[in-house]
Design a protein around this ligand. Sequence first.
Ligand code: P6P
Length: 337
Amino acid sequence: MENTGITVTEHLLIHQKESPMATGRFTRLLSELIFAAKIVSREVNKAGLVDILGLTGEINVQGEEVKKLDDYANRILIYRMQQAGVLCAMASEENADIIEIPDKYPKGDYILVFDPLDGSSNIDVNVNIGTIFSIHRKTSDRSHATVQDFLRKGSEQVAAGYFLYGPSTMLIYTTGNGVNGFTLDPSVGEFLLSHPDIRIPETGQCYSVNESNYTYWDDRVKKAVEYFKTPENDRGKPYTARYIGSLVADFHRNLFRGGIFMYPADNKDPSKPRGKLRLLCEAAPLSFVIEQAGGAATDGQQRILDIEATQLHERVPLFIGSKKDVEKATAIVSGEA
Ligand code: P6P
């Protein structure tokens, strides 16, 4: 059993030989992400005390009202990461275009995509929210990164994970050698290894989906959701319904308890025929984590990590969680069962 209580840096050093990713430059990238997350965590934890819960009055590229904490988290991440000297460019769920690294800062060959504060609609009701991140290496020989450098398959990610701001602040991430969980100890300001080698149960006990979209689903999606609601399934009893409405929180619970999260395609909003969730900054990083933990993730037809993005803010249906549950849902949605 790995010795819990070590810091992220110590953990990276111990596993240096196993993970080609654990280079000094990657360690610097992760350290800067951690620094930014500590600042965001501090602000989230006092969000109820200062006038930061209101709206900025601005609208982001997704057409969603930007809450001050969203905007704050986005600015902190961009500021910290642009001066880290390890990125050639980054992209945020809050920004329409890629974010170049100013010439005054040194550059590296990592590419970072992030959702600065996912679950933002829950900020002012004090529900868990999170920061999701995805890391690629630039492979093109272009002198400057372009959006083309971001339009990759999720299987090419070199690392991915999320920070969860809840009763405790956690970091869950993978570099392709399993998944480890670290919990922030505010008294020392360090993320300490608390959940080594996380594995998701092969089948779960809960299903997570926003059933208010029922009338907008096609018949196969309705049949797949029904499978989890009735005793006519491989468990012989209904799964428990659990839906927080904050992707990171729902994902994190299912990662430890087992189960399936679904955000299917729906015809609710003609501008979002493939559902609401974004491929590059939500589905792909969480799919890397779930597969490394022994789970699975599809868009109802194919493996999320096999999908090559065609645009920066591409949306994708998402079925993610316990391997057997995702396989069953995918078989039904794709018409194979
Ligand atoms: P709905 C939050 O805004 C978010 O992007 C995810 O965190 C969450 O899973 C989803 O939207 C909830 O969407 O349509 O069920 O409210």
